[in-house]
Design a protein around this ligand. Structure first.
Ligand code: FAD
Length: 532
């Protein structure tokens, strides 16, 4: 059992430059397992060529004026532009060498809500597309500098909006500016005795504005709620004015417009600050591992916990393949007895954690689950934050490695798990595909499925290889009535499937909203809504 009273930002991604995670032995093993002839450097390491900026002198002057006359906050430096050229999906990384992306013409760094509004007005006036940029961790093409028919495109980097504006100790809420990163939010809140406790795997780099813009989910979202469920109030700048939405913890004043902004991925405006529910720093954090006989047994346990309670804050079930992979890489569960790994965790007041953990233990034991103790959860937690770096190294070993996610009802969960696995194996046939999955983010009615796929990368056409496989999965999700994304969002990559989720009329409604707040169409062209 662990008992910590401070959030531990050290569990974030390892800094680059540490010893490699993929040693020579593992590299040789992977080459054999996936029949890879040659690896080579990670495509992510490829330097992009950066041409001259297409920003006109007039636009540049207007942007400098918008950020308080500080021309150094309009950055045209090549390295900065290259660093804002893509997000962090597998496609983003392999494209850097296979099909180098366009880079933004400048990075603009406003320092306040009003400056963001002024930048948007300047861009509308001068015909410059705007891509809001938080941590740049999008895995769906959300920060791709698509000009959408305009001559120039800027990355609007929110890094200077980095303040904790206010903590309301009575209401347990905090207002944070959009550019505050996960670790910084926790550091600022811990100094006031609170935590946000929103911990996606991209925690170290992702930002408050990015969480809101993509409706992200973290490792505790089963108990604490997904990010959009934590938002009390959101402030947004648009080219035609401001939105300040959310006045009370509950309201019947028509549709909840906050929800129109949350998940709008920079297509309707730029989130500048968010008021979120926070909790006192947990007295106790208790995470532990269990082994169940198989996926079906694990799903039944999670469903009971989600529906009957007590609901854990962390809940996650690896299928047989993911469990075996975790054992092989030391990423969770040291026990080699097969079956499936279940992780459950509770954080909060000591008496509440004790009560919920004791009741959950009884449910797990009644289902025949075998306790693996806190070490299994701890090694998962450690491995989880190494995963992004591990992926970059595996790319260097010649692998295709990517993740995708969805959600569906408890009734459909098994069918969908099997279907997506089949579709991926078929689409990547001949490339030794390995498909692993876990169930997480539990709701009373269902849960999320998160797939990891590894295969031999097609050295001649890595982009086409994955684009075709991903499209086959998206078609299968649409056909199965599952959501096209549980938390990665729509971005550019999923936009062609939005009508399958919302219907044609639904997409038209979203376009009508965009036309009202962004009549020039400068905001993040091609994200959320497909380019016309
Ligand atoms: C290794 C890895 C692990 C991940 N794990 C998770 C996970 O566990 N859970 C999860 O939910 N997601 C996960 N993601 C996806 C991603 O981290 C999330 O979508 C995250 O919320 C994005 O935050 P960001 O600040 O990096 O946003 P960015 O990537 O910078 O932007 C995301 C989108 O939002 C827009 N945007 C950004 N900031 C604003 C703003 N202030 N106003 C308006 N629009 C804005 C951008 O234009 C873009 O379309 C993961 C990504 C990676 C690379």
């Amino acid at each position: 059992m662990t008992s910590e009273n401070v959030f531990d930002p050290a569990s974030a991604w390892l800094p680059p430059g540490d010893a490699p995670l993929v040693g020579d032995e593992l590299r040789a093993l992977l080459k054999q397992a996936f029949a890879i002839e040659e690896g080579g450097p990670s495509p992510a390491a490829v330097a992009l060529e950066v041409g001259p900026s297409a920003l006109s002198e007039a636009a540049k002057a207007a942007l400098a004026a918008a950020v308080g006359g500080a021309s150094e906050q309009v950055v045209e430096d090549g390295a900065a532009r290259a660093a804002h050229a893509n997000g962090m999906s597998y496609l983003d990384l392999v494209r850097r060498s296979a099909q180098p992306p366009r880079v933004p013409d400048a990075i603009v760094l406003p320092a306040s809500h009003d400056e963001v509004g002024a930048v948007l007005r300047a861009c509308a006036e001068h015909g410059v597309a705007v891509v809001p940029f938080g941590g740049g961790t999008s895995v769906v093409g959300g920060v791709a500098p698509e000009p959408g028919g305009f001559a120039a495109v800027i990355a609007l980097d929110l890094a200077r909006l980095d303040q904790l504006v206010e903590v309301d100790e009575i209401s347990w809420t905090a207002t944070l500016e959009a550019g505050v990163t996960g670790p910084r939010a926790e550091e600022l809140l811990a100094a006031r005795g609170f935590t946000l406790g929103h911990v996606p795997q991209s925690f170290e780099r992702a930002t408050i504005g990015g969480y809101a813009a993509t409706r992200s989910s973290g490792q505790l979202s089963t108990g604490w709620g997904r990010f959009d469920a934590l938002v009390e109030r959101v402030r947004v700048a648009t080219p035609v004015g401001d939105l300040d939405l959310g006045r009370a913890p509950g309201s019947a004043a028509g549709p909840d417009l906050k929800q129109l902004v949350l998940g709008s991925e920079g297509a309707f405006g730029v989130v500048t600050s968010v008021t979120v529910r926070v909790r006192p720093t947990p007295e106790v954090r208790r995470h532990e591992g269990w082994r169940v006989a198989d996926l079906a047994a694990g799903v039944e346990v999670l469903r009971t916990l989600a529906q009957r309670g007590p609901r854990p804050d962390l809940a996650r079930l690896s299928d047989e393949v993911e469990t075996a992979m975790g054992v092989a890489t030391g990423g969770g569960g040291e026990d080699h007895a097969g079956g499936c790994l279940v992780l459950v965790g509770w954080e909060g007041f000591a008496d509440d954690v004790e009560r919920r953990a004791t009741a959950a233990t009884a449910i797990l034991e009644a289902a025949g689950a075998v306790p693996l103790g806190e070490q299994a959860a701890e090694s998962w937690r450690h491995g989880r934050f190494r995963a992004p770096r591990l992926r970059d190294e595996l790319l260097g070993a010649g692998l295709l490695i990517e993740t995708l996610e969805t959600a569906t009802s408890w009734r459909e969960l098994h069918n969908l798990h099997a279907r997506v696995g089949d579709v991926l194996r078929e689409a990547l046939d001949g490339s030794s595909p390995l498909v692993a999955c876990h169930v997480s983010h539990l709701y009373a009615a269902g849960a999320s499925l998160y797939f990891t796929v590894l295969a031999r990368r097609d050295a001649d056409d890595p982009v086409g290889q994955w684009t075709r496989a991903k499209a086959a999965v998206m078609d299968a999700l649409a056909a199965a009535g599952a959501t096209l994304t549980h938390h990665h969002a729509v971005g550019a990559d999923h936009a062609p499937w939005l009508a399958a989720e919302d219907g044609e009329l639904g997409v038209e409604l979203l376009r009508a909203v965009k036309d009202r707040v962004d009549p020039a169409g400068i905001l993040n062209p091609g994200k959320l809504l497909p380019l016309k």
